[in-house]
Structure formats: structure tokens, C-alpha cells
Design a binder for this molecule. Structure first.
Ligand code: AMP
Length: 214
């Protein structure tokens, strides 16, 4: 199954993608995670991406397209994958279409997860991540047992620079202007399925599974 999870930052794409990888045994491909790792490793892509990410704006299309083409060529993608955070512009969607056509492959579904703006800000500003193992927490919805410490590995939790209030606002604006047009792009191609993204994580997951199994 080849799937795109579309939705604003904070819609729960990463959380749902992780649950889907377990159910369907296919990898989650998050361009945000790949780029954050590249920044940490100080690779040339990481150095190029960092200033854009810190400002909450999109990394140039040609950089992310290269990243994704490289990732889709890996052997674990042969049975399918969940794209989380890619594509984010029409140019990226077109490049993805060309890459898949060259590989003789197509997309099965594009899921658009919808959440109201106020709830997105609440979710993003409470988000915390483990510096060591990457486990995700939320101060309101899934707090760690001990303040600031990862339940799984005991390392310190941190707030992503781009989850601070000013940058959150910028990221939501960027979503509206650059990424939201992909909803009609994929609707026109008959691939779009809408998912209500409010409520319990498990409930949202069930909604997604029902749509995928239809
Ligand atoms: P995310 O973890 O998906 O919220 O991504 C964090 C940041 O990485 C974004 O704010 C962008 O700066 C960058 N990024 C991730 N995916 C993309 C993409 N497909 N196109 C451009 N920039 C991206």
C-alpha cells in the first residue's frame, strides 16, 4: 500500500503513520525526520535545510525531492510506504508522480487529516520529544511519568525550535498557502479521502483503517 498523509502541522500525521506502519508492516517516510537527522549529522543536505527549518518555512523543492527519490529506492519500500510530510507543494507532488511513473508504480490513497487551527496550536506547543530515542510526548495528552524525562530511555525531553509559538504560526500560514492546494490536486485525481482528525488517537486510527479497507 502506497499512502500519503496530508494535513497541517499538528494534525497527527506522525502519530497515525507510526500506528499504520505496525498494522501494515510498511515504513513511515517522514521528510521532517530525515531532514532533522541530516541536520544532526551535519551532512550537506542538513546544512542547507537547517536555516529554513528553524524559520518554519519549506526547504527548497529540489532538496526534498532528492531526499525522497533516494528514500523510495530503498529495498524496504517495495511493499509500500506511508509518506508523512511529503509532498508539501504542487511541484513536489508532480515530481513524486514522475518518480512513481518511472518506477512503474502508483499511489493508492491520499488521506487528508482535518483539525481546527486552535487545536493545532494547542497540540504543537505542548509537543515534546526525547533527545535520545525520539519518543514523542505531549504535556496535556500523553505526559511523561517524570517531568522532562523520557519514560522509555530516561534521556531529556526537548521542545523542537519550530514548535515555539511564533514559528508555529508561520508553519500554519505556510501550510495554507503552499500545501493546502494539494487537497484539490489529489481530489482532481480521485485519490483524496478526508479524515476528521479531532478526538482520541485510537478513534482517528479506526477512521483511517475503515477508509483504507473500503
Ligand atoms: P515536519 O516534521 O514534517 O513538521 O517538518 C519540519 C520542517 O522540515 C518543515 O517546517 C520544513 O522546514 C521541513 N520539511 C519537511 N518536509 C518538507 C517538505 N516535504 N518540503 C519542504 N520542507 C519540508
Amino acid at each position: 500500500m502506497r499512502l500519503i498523509l496530508l494535513g497541517p502541522p499538528g494534525a497527527g500525521k506522525g502519530t497515525q503513520a507510526k500506528m499504520l506502519t505496525e498494522k501494515y508492516q510498511i515504513p513511515q517516510i517522514s521528510t521532517g525526520d530525515i531532514l532533522r537527522q541530516a541536520v544532526k549529522d551535519c551532512t550537506s543536505i542538513g546544512q542547507e535545510a537547517k536555516s529554513y527549518m528553524d524559520r518554519g518555512v519549506l526547504v527548497p523543492d529540489q532538496v526534498v525531492i532528492r531526499v525522497i527519490q533516494d528514500r523510495l529506492g530503498k529495498p524496504d519500500c517495495t511493499r509500500g510506504y506511508i509518506l508523512d510530510g511529503f509532498p508539501r507543494t504542487v511541484a513536489q507532488a508532480e515530481a513524486l508522480g514522475d518518480t512513481l511513473a518511472r518506477m512503474g508504480s502508483t499511489l493508492d490513497h491520499v488521506l487528508s487529516i482535518k483539525v481546527e487551527a486552535e487545536e493545532l496550536v494547542r497540540r504543537l506547543s505542548g509537543r515534546r520529544t526525547c533527545r535520545s530515542c525520539g519518543e514523542a510526548y505531549h504535556l496535556l495528552y500523553s505526559a511523561p511519568r517524570k517531568d522532562g524525562v523520557c519514560d522509555k530511555c530516561g534521556a531529556a525531553l526537548y521542545q523542537r525550535d519550530d514548535d515555539k509559538e511564533e514559528t508555529i504560526k508561520r508553519r500554519l500560514q505556510v501550510y495554507q498557502s503552499e500545501t493546502a492546494p494539494l487537497i484539490s490536486y489529489y481530489q482532481d485525481r480521485g485519490l483524496l479521502r478526508e479524515i476528521a482528525g479531532q478526538g482520541e488517537i485510537g478513534e482517528i486510527f479506526e477512521r483511517i483503517c475503515r477508509v483504507l479497507e473500503k
